[in-house]
Design a protein around this ligand. Structure first.
Ligand SMILES: [Zn+2]
Length: 187
């Protein structure tokens, strides 16, 4: 069956394809830890079951963010407009020396992939940092939901740093020596 073409629909198709290419690049970045990549993939495809998503099926359900208690919980808010996740992002950006201002996870990924001053290796590491943040913030959110406990930001930051350095040193660039590898080892 043919679909009637219009400039708007053509643009929508092209735009969608463009975004999909970009997304796959982020999600399959090998610096990232597989379980982090999986949650990032869900977030990028709007498939994380946030309260805002669930309220479409259960209209009576409250949609207040579990982390700050102050805004509607949707993916854009969780990554990284929420007070809790914003602090995590600031701390991780300080750690890797990333000065970009955006607090939107997709804009952040786009910026990293296009940054001309970053080597391929550093881009991969930066993307791994964003993936780790998305994974851990989602995990913290679920802990609040199911166990009514919230982790201190510093605890989350330390866990992410440890995980990423281990991933990088042990699995990803074993055997290669260069300036970027030394930079990551010194973090
Ligand atoms: Zn919040």
């Amino acid at each position: 069956m043919a679909v009637q073409y219009s400039i708007q629909s053509g643009y929508a198709i092209l735009y969608d394809q463009h975004i999909k290419v970009q997304w796959s690049k982020f999600v399959w970045e090998r610096c990232s830890i597989p379980k982090h990549r999986y949650i990032l993939w869900l977030a990028l495809h709007q498939k994380l079951r946030t309260k805002e998503q669930l309220s479409k099926y259960f209209p009576a359900m409250d949609t207040v963010c579990l982390l700050c208690g102050d805004h509607k919980e949707d993916i854009t808010h969780l990554f990284f407009q929420c007070t809790y996740s914003k602090i995590c992002l600031v701390k991780m950006k300080e750690w890797i020396g990333c000065r970009v201002q955006t607090e939107h996870y997709q804009a952040l990924l786009q910026w990293i992939s296009k940054a001309k001053h970053l080597s391929k290796l550093r881009k991969g590491f930066f993307i791994a940092v964003v993936s780790a943040l998305v994974y851990h913030i989602w995990r913290v959110r679920n802990d609040v939901l199911w166990s009514s406990k919230i982790w201190y930001v510093n605890h989350i930051i330390e866990v992410i740093k440890r995980e990423l350095k281990l991933r990088f040193i042990v699995s990803v660039y074993k055997g290669k020596r260069n300036r970027d590898k030394e930079w990551i080892q010194k973090l």
